[in-house]
Design a protein around this ligand. Structure first.
Ligand code: ZN
Length: 203
Protein backbone atom coordinates (compact mmCIF):
# COMPACT_ATOMS: atom_id res chain seq x y z
CA UNK A 1 0.00 0.00 0.00
CA UNK A 2 0.97 3.60 -0.39
CA UNK A 3 -0.08 6.83 1.23
CA UNK A 4 -0.85 9.76 -1.02
CA UNK A 5 -1.11 13.19 0.57
CA UNK A 6 -2.51 16.46 -0.68
CA UNK A 7 -0.94 19.79 0.24
CA UNK A 8 -2.68 23.17 0.24
CA UNK A 9 -6.23 21.90 -0.21
CA UNK A 10 -7.70 24.55 2.10
CA UNK A 11 -7.22 28.19 1.15
CA UNK A 12 -6.90 29.39 4.76
CA UNK A 13 -4.09 26.89 5.45
CA UNK A 14 -2.21 27.75 2.23
CA UNK A 15 -2.32 31.37 3.38
CA UNK A 16 -1.13 30.68 6.93
CA UNK A 17 2.07 29.12 5.52
CA UNK A 18 2.49 31.88 2.95
CA UNK A 19 1.80 29.59 -0.01
CA UNK A 20 -0.17 30.40 -3.14
CA UNK A 21 -3.54 28.79 -3.74
CA UNK A 22 -2.83 26.01 -6.24
CA UNK A 23 -4.78 25.56 -9.48
CA UNK A 24 -4.26 21.81 -9.35
CA UNK A 25 -3.75 19.48 -6.38
CA UNK A 26 -0.31 19.43 -4.74
CA UNK A 27 0.58 15.74 -4.36
CA UNK A 28 3.25 14.02 -2.27
CA UNK A 29 3.60 10.52 -0.88
CA UNK A 30 4.58 8.65 2.23
CA UNK A 31 5.81 5.04 2.18
CA UNK A 32 4.17 2.18 4.06
CA UNK A 33 6.77 2.58 6.84
CA UNK A 34 5.26 5.98 7.61
CA UNK A 35 2.07 4.41 8.94
CA UNK A 36 1.83 4.64 12.73
CA UNK A 37 0.38 1.36 13.92
CA UNK A 38 -2.72 1.67 16.13
CA UNK A 39 -2.14 1.97 19.88
CA UNK A 40 1.57 2.61 19.47
CA UNK A 41 3.16 5.78 20.83
CA UNK A 42 4.61 8.37 18.54
CA UNK A 43 8.24 9.15 19.36
CA UNK A 44 9.44 12.70 18.70
CA UNK A 45 11.99 12.36 15.86
CA UNK A 46 15.55 13.39 16.72
CA UNK A 47 16.19 15.26 13.49
CA UNK A 48 13.63 18.02 13.99
CA UNK A 49 13.12 20.88 16.41
CA UNK A 50 9.75 21.88 15.02
CA UNK A 51 7.32 18.99 14.77
CA UNK A 52 3.89 20.06 13.49
CA UNK A 53 0.55 18.29 13.49
CA UNK A 54 -1.80 18.52 10.51
CA UNK A 55 -5.20 16.95 11.05
CA UNK A 56 -6.84 15.70 7.84
CA UNK A 57 -9.69 13.61 6.51
CA UNK A 58 -8.31 10.31 5.16
CA UNK A 59 -9.91 8.11 2.49
CA UNK A 60 -9.36 4.38 2.00
CA UNK A 61 -9.20 3.07 -1.56
CA UNK A 62 -11.42 0.03 -2.19
CA UNK A 63 -10.94 -0.67 -5.89
CA UNK A 64 -7.92 -0.69 -8.21
CA UNK A 65 -7.93 1.94 -10.92
CA UNK A 66 -6.17 4.51 -13.05
CA UNK A 67 -7.42 7.37 -15.22
CA UNK A 68 -10.55 7.43 -13.06
CA UNK A 69 -13.18 9.91 -14.19
CA UNK A 70 -14.50 12.26 -11.56
CA UNK A 71 -18.07 11.03 -12.03
CA UNK A 72 -16.97 7.45 -11.25
CA UNK A 73 -14.52 8.34 -8.48
CA UNK A 74 -16.88 7.58 -5.59
CA UNK A 75 -16.79 3.87 -6.57
CA UNK A 76 -13.10 3.72 -5.70
CA UNK A 77 -13.13 4.54 -1.97
CA UNK A 78 -15.32 3.19 0.78
CA UNK A 79 -13.78 4.24 4.08
CA UNK A 80 -13.08 7.53 5.79
CA UNK A 81 -11.47 8.70 9.01
CA UNK A 82 -9.29 11.45 10.41
CA UNK A 83 -5.52 11.27 10.55
CA UNK A 84 -2.44 13.25 11.41
CA UNK A 85 0.14 14.19 8.80
CA UNK A 86 3.16 14.76 11.08
CA UNK A 87 5.54 17.27 9.54
CA UNK A 88 9.04 18.36 10.48
CA UNK A 89 8.35 21.98 9.59
CA UNK A 90 11.92 23.19 10.06
CA UNK A 91 13.21 20.52 7.65
CA UNK A 92 10.40 21.24 5.20
CA UNK A 93 11.16 24.97 5.22
CA UNK A 94 14.80 24.18 4.49
CA UNK A 95 13.86 21.83 1.63
CA UNK A 96 11.45 24.40 0.17
CA UNK A 97 14.07 27.14 0.31
CA UNK A 98 16.54 24.95 -1.56
CA UNK A 99 13.94 23.61 -3.99
CA UNK A 100 14.51 20.06 -2.71
CA UNK A 101 11.95 17.25 -2.25
CA UNK A 102 10.02 17.14 1.04
CA UNK A 103 10.31 13.46 1.95
CA UNK A 104 12.65 13.95 4.92
CA UNK A 105 10.13 16.36 6.40
CA UNK A 106 6.96 14.46 5.59
CA UNK A 107 7.55 10.77 4.93
CA UNK A 108 9.59 9.65 7.94
CA UNK A 109 8.66 6.60 10.03
CA UNK A 110 5.31 6.90 11.82
CA UNK A 111 4.53 10.28 10.25
CA UNK A 112 1.07 9.10 9.15
CA UNK A 113 -1.37 8.37 11.97
CA UNK A 114 -4.88 7.25 11.03
CA UNK A 115 -8.00 6.71 13.09
CA UNK A 116 -10.56 3.96 13.00
CA UNK A 117 -12.20 3.86 9.55
CA UNK A 118 -15.91 4.38 9.05
CA UNK A 119 -17.70 2.90 6.07
CA UNK A 120 -18.91 5.61 3.74
CA UNK A 121 -22.68 5.21 3.74
CA UNK A 122 -25.28 7.43 2.03
CA UNK A 123 -25.84 9.09 5.43
CA UNK A 124 -22.38 10.67 5.19
CA UNK A 125 -22.63 13.90 3.20
CA UNK A 126 -19.13 14.00 1.75
CA UNK A 127 -19.36 17.70 0.99
CA UNK A 128 -20.22 18.62 4.58
CA UNK A 129 -18.09 16.65 7.04
CA UNK A 130 -16.95 18.40 10.20
CA UNK A 131 -13.72 17.32 11.81
CA UNK A 132 -11.55 18.70 14.55
CA UNK A 133 -8.34 18.16 16.42
CA UNK A 134 -7.33 18.80 19.98
CA UNK A 135 -4.01 19.10 21.76
CA UNK A 136 -4.08 18.43 25.49
CA UNK A 137 -7.90 18.60 25.36
CA UNK A 138 -7.95 22.04 23.75
CA UNK A 139 -9.39 22.28 20.22
CA UNK A 140 -6.71 23.70 17.92
CA UNK A 141 -8.02 22.80 14.45
CA UNK A 142 -11.48 22.57 12.94
CA UNK A 143 -12.37 21.91 9.34
CA UNK A 144 -15.20 21.01 7.03
CA UNK A 145 -14.85 19.03 3.80
CA UNK A 146 -16.92 21.74 2.07
CA UNK A 147 -13.93 24.10 2.43
CA UNK A 148 -11.65 21.89 0.33
CA UNK A 149 -10.38 23.45 -2.89
CA UNK A 150 -10.53 20.00 -4.55
CA UNK A 151 -13.30 17.58 -3.55
CA UNK A 152 -12.65 13.91 -2.76
CA UNK A 153 -13.81 12.89 -6.26
CA UNK A 154 -11.66 15.53 -7.98
CA UNK A 155 -8.63 14.40 -5.96
CA UNK A 156 -9.13 10.70 -6.81
CA UNK A 157 -9.50 11.54 -10.47
CA UNK A 158 -6.46 13.82 -10.55
CA UNK A 159 -4.19 11.49 -8.54
CA UNK A 160 -5.09 8.52 -10.75
CA UNK A 161 -3.76 10.31 -13.82
CA UNK A 162 -0.28 9.94 -12.32
CA UNK A 163 -0.47 6.96 -9.94
CA UNK A 164 -2.51 3.77 -10.15
CA UNK A 165 -4.68 3.48 -7.09
CA UNK A 166 -4.77 0.11 -5.35
CA UNK A 167 -7.01 -1.41 -2.74
CA UNK A 168 -5.80 -0.32 0.70
CA UNK A 169 -4.04 2.86 -0.41
CA UNK A 170 -4.76 5.85 1.80
CA UNK A 171 -5.37 9.44 0.71
CA UNK A 172 -4.69 12.28 3.15
CA UNK A 173 -6.86 15.06 1.75
CA UNK A 174 -5.13 18.13 3.20
CA UNK A 175 -5.24 20.15 6.37
CA UNK A 176 -7.30 23.22 7.26
CA UNK A 177 -5.80 26.23 9.05
CA UNK A 178 -4.55 25.94 12.60
CA UNK A 179 -1.51 23.69 12.19
CA UNK A 180 0.98 24.04 14.98
CA UNK A 181 3.73 22.52 17.04
CA UNK A 182 3.62 19.52 19.29
CA UNK A 183 6.16 18.53 21.90
CA UNK A 184 6.95 15.50 24.04
CA UNK A 185 4.11 14.82 26.43
CA UNK A 186 1.34 16.21 24.23
CA UNK A 187 -1.89 14.24 23.97
CA UNK A 188 -3.36 14.56 20.49
CA UNK A 189 -6.90 13.57 19.56
CA UNK A 190 -8.79 13.74 16.26
CA UNK A 191 -12.57 13.83 15.86
CA UNK A 192 -14.93 13.00 12.98
CA UNK A 193 -18.29 14.73 13.43
CA UNK A 194 -17.51 15.05 17.13
CA UNK A 195 -16.59 11.38 17.60
CA UNK A 196 -13.10 10.57 18.78
CA UNK A 197 -11.37 8.42 16.14
CA UNK A 198 -7.69 8.68 17.04
CA UNK A 199 -5.56 9.38 20.10
CA UNK A 200 -1.80 9.75 19.95
CA UNK A 201 0.64 10.52 22.71
CA UNK A 202 3.92 12.16 21.76
CA UNK A 203 6.79 10.48 23.63
ZN1 ZN B 1 -0.85 17.57 5.27
Amino acid sequence: MKIICIGRNYADHAKELGNEIPDEPVIFMKPKSALLQPHTPFYYPEFTNELNYECELVLRISKNGKYIQERHASNYYNGITVGIDFTARDIQDECKKKGLPWEKAKAFDNSAAVGKFLDITPEINKKNINFSFSKNAEVVQTGNSGQMLFSFDKLISNISNYFSLNIGDLIFTGTPAGVGECVVGDELEAFFEGNSMLKVEVK
